[in-house]
Ligand binder design. Structure first.
Ligand code: C5P
Length: 303
């Protein structure tokens, strides 16, 4: 028996960041949009917890107890009063440490896969609370589509999306650590009053209307200056995408992946080609949004 779950990456079309909280996190107004770039996680019974990863970035994925998919399986097993005797295989296509919630996606997928494999039928609210314990972006990977995340990003309110948005994502040559980017954000804000984060009504309307021009005019990432400060080379990638006709160019989450909003699918293909040829990024690929959250896509009854 094995269960395969497919889970999308995300881009933050708005990431409004507040002042640091006493617990070290930052309050956010985080408008998540799931994009059709996927990892799949397959859960198979095993003697103990085993983890394998394939894909272009597989070598960068930790296989120890810090792996979020392994931690998700352990958390669910503990709650169910059983052992996490499962082999998790991650087929990785989402950039690693890229600001696209790849690790969070694998955690949400592992949770859904183990829940099905072990026949637990865990209530959705319980799965969401396990997700929130694992990381701020994990609940969104479970639900997908589009949502406003508040608190540290884990409190979700679904958002309507009135059309398909076409994107290009450019992978950078090196990763950026999320805590380091938040620290740099704090450093850049030193001595300034940081306003409480709020979602932009114009941006929410653009999503609802499915209007890429209106969305391009309102996308905003408060972590972008910090990501550029730590990795100034990203400015050249952003400029190359703009030059190639992107309606908007922004850093995805804490980076270093950069995201480019295109008018339509053919424009996205042209921008991806120009970015790949620009020499300013490792690779560039297209993806459409929104996309469904972690979903069972395969059930193999064979042992
Ligand atoms: O929640 P998660 O473990 O994914 O967060 C990783 C790191 O990102 C945190 O340790 C913190 O440094 C930073 N973070 C933050 N505020 C948030 C979310 C993440 O400061 N809302």
């Amino acid at each position: 028996m094995s269960i395969t779950v497919r889970v999308p990456a995300k881009v933050n079309v708005q990431l409004a960041v507040g002042a640091p909280r006493p617990d070290g996190y930052h309050d956010l107004a985080n408008v998540f949009l799931a994009v059709g770039l996927y990892d799949t996680v397959t859960a198979t019974p095993a003697d103990g917890l085993r983890l394998t990863v394939t894909g272009p970035d597989a070598a960068q994925v930790p296989l120890d107890g810090s792996n979020l998919a392994a931690r998700a399986a352990l958390a669910l097993a503990e709650r169910a009063g059983r052992t996490a005797d499962v082999h998790l295989h991650i087929a990785k296509d989402i950039p690693v440490a890229g600001g696209m919630a790849g690790g969070s996606a694998d955690a949400a997928a592992a949770l859904v896969a183990c829940d099905a494999l072990w026949g637990l039928a865990t209530p959705r609210e319980v799965l969401l609370s396990i997700c929130a314990d694992l990381g701020s972006d994990v609940p969104f990977s479970l639900v997908g589509e589009a949502a406003l995340g508040t608190g540290r990003g884990e409190k979700l309110e679904p958002l309507p999306v009135g059309g398909t948005f076409h994107w290009v994502f450019a992978a950078a040559d090196c990763g950026l650590s999320t805590p380091a980017v938040y620290r740099e954000f704090d450093r850049l804000c030193e001595g300034r009053e940081v306003p409480a984060p709020t979602a932009s009504p114009e941006l929410l309307a653009a999503l609802r209307d499915g209007d890429p021009h209106a969305l391009a005019a309102t996308v905003d990432n408060d972590l972008q200056a910090a990501a550029l400060s730590l990795n100034p080379a990203l400015a050249a990638t952003l400029a190359a995408g703009t030059e190639a006709g992107a309606l908007a160019a922004l850093v995805s989450g804490s980076g270093p992946t950069t995201a480019f909003l295109a008018e339509d699918a053919p424009a996205a293909a042209r921008i991806a080609e120009a970015l790949a040829a620009s020499g300013t990024c490792r690779s560039a690929r297209v993806a459409a949004s929104p996309a469904a959250g972690a979903t069972v896509v395969g059930q193999d009854p064979e042992p």
